[in-house]
Ligand binder design. Structure first.
Ligand SMILES: *Cc1c(COP(=O)(O)O)cnc(C)c1O
Length: 403
């Protein structure tokens, strides 16, 4: 461990606080480190490994596509990517897909496409409305839409208009849309790194109505909430509205980098040759894995199984909260995207994370005191039981510290 820790410090830039474990391999819902310890992964590479690790369907597809070709460029037809795009469109909105390598690049593509739309409609509406504490990525365009001071800092930013509103306040959103005339609303159905803050169903519905009334593009950032994470294929599908643009990434590549946008029929044609592009995306290998992920979720019962597993976990967490109301304030989120809002100090929250790590459970901390869980949809009941038992022991101890 310490050997890897020292080399990490020496050769990798310190852009993350890393947990001091060096991973040797992963299987199912567990990671194994070089010291032989195992960890229940309730983190899933930050919402990536939606089916856990080394899922047989993904490993099989990796071998099949790996033996065919890894990369061909956008100058040729790319069958795995075409098949994946078809499935994405058939299971969301009628339209077309532009693939990227990451979430931030999906945001960049949305910024460019909305700009094209704005220009095509006379330029009367410009820019975006976003939520306070939103997270849409760290590249310079995306970071302009990310409303977390620790992320945007004083980095240079492009100057397209961005307006920030408090989440779940429809009057504030309406006022900004009427006064500032933005071209688009961009929102995460559940703010992820903003502390697992869901947008209320009534707010999302009103937002969609507002976008339609005012002729704005409605863009849903489903980079974290999508691909089954919240119990439906995309989170917005639990509600009765359709966005104009859907951003996706994280879970779709089955562990490989892949992202993109799905744009509705009315605007998808606005990207013409030369308007946007990238060398790598869509990686045929990532797309082939993406297809395996979609098949598992939609054809082989993965989504229903995930919902059942999530219900079991939510029920256990609700009981735990009743036992420890002094530590757990609220439980927020949906499906396998859960935030335990604690009354802990930032230091105590980190100690809780460390304690769980020593017990063999990996969780994330968001906004300093929210225990963020992003479990795989494949989380087994005995794995939930193990986690709850360990968490309960730590909460009893943390409770003494709080009081
Ligand atoms: C992770 C995330 C992004 C950025 O994705 P990257 O692949 O890290 O660039 C954007 N939006 C949301 C909601 C995310 O969770």
């Amino acid at each position: 461990m310490s050997q890897w820790h020292d080399l990490d410090q020496q050769y990798l830039m310190s852009t993350y606080h890393r947990l001091p474990i060096a991973i040797e391999r992963a299987e199912g819902n567990h990671l194994y480190d070089t010291e032989g310890s195992s960890y229940l992964d309730l983190f899933t590479g930050l919402a990536v490994n939606i089916l856990g690790h080394s899922h047989p369907a993904i490993v099989r597809r990796l071998q099949e596509q790996g033996e065919r070709f890894l990369h061909i460029s956008n100058k040729f037809l790319n069958p795995p990517a075409i098949q994946l795009a078809q499935r994405l469109v058939e299971n969301s909105i009628p339209g077309k897909v532009f693939f990227t390598n990451s979430g931030a690049e999906a945001t960049e593509a949305a910024v460019k496409l909305v700009h094209k739309w704005s220009q095509a409609t006379g330029g009367e509406r410009q820019g975006f409305v976003v939520m306070e504490k939103s997270f849409h990525g760290r590249t310079l365009g995306a970071v302009r839409l990310t409303r977390q001071a620790g992320v945007y800092q004083d980095f240079p930013q492009p100057d397209f208009p961005v307006f920030e509103v408090p989440p779940n306040d429809i009057d504030a959103l309406r006022a900004v849309c009427e006064q500032e005339r933005p071209a688009a609303i961009l929102a995460e159905p559940i703010l992820g790194s903003g502390g697992v803050q869901p947008l209320a169903e009534s707010y999302l519905q009103a937002m969609a109505t507002l976008a339609q009334e005012q002729g704005m593009m409605l863009c849903m950032d489903e980079i974290q909430t999508g691909v089954g994470r919240t119990g439906t294929f995309f989170a917005y599908q639990a509600y009765n509205f359709s966005p104009d643009v859907i951003l996706f990434a994280k879970g779709i590549g089955g562990g490989l980098p892949l992202g993109g946008i799905i744009a509705g029929e009315a605007i998808a044609h606005l990207f013409q040759p030369g308007d946007h592009g990238t060398t790598f995306a869509p990686s045929p290998l990532s797309a082939a894995l993406g297809l395996a992920v979609v098949e598992e979720l939609l054809d082989n019962g993965g989504l229903e199984q995930g919902r059942e597993n999530a219900t079991y976990l939510w029920e256990a967490l609700a009981r735990l909260r009743q036992q420890h109301p002094d530590v757990i304030g609220a439980i927020r989120g949906k499906g396998m995207m859960i935030g335990l809002d604690t009354h802990l100090s930032p230091e105590a929250a980190l100690r809780l994370q460390q304690g769980l790590l020593q017990d063999g459970v990996l969780v994330d901390i968001a906004q300093q005191r929210v225990v963020r869980l992003l479990p795989p949809l494949t989380l087994k009941r005995e794995e939930t039981d193990f986690f709850i038992e360990r968490l309960s022991a730590h909460l009893a101890r943390s409770g003494e510290e709080v009081l």
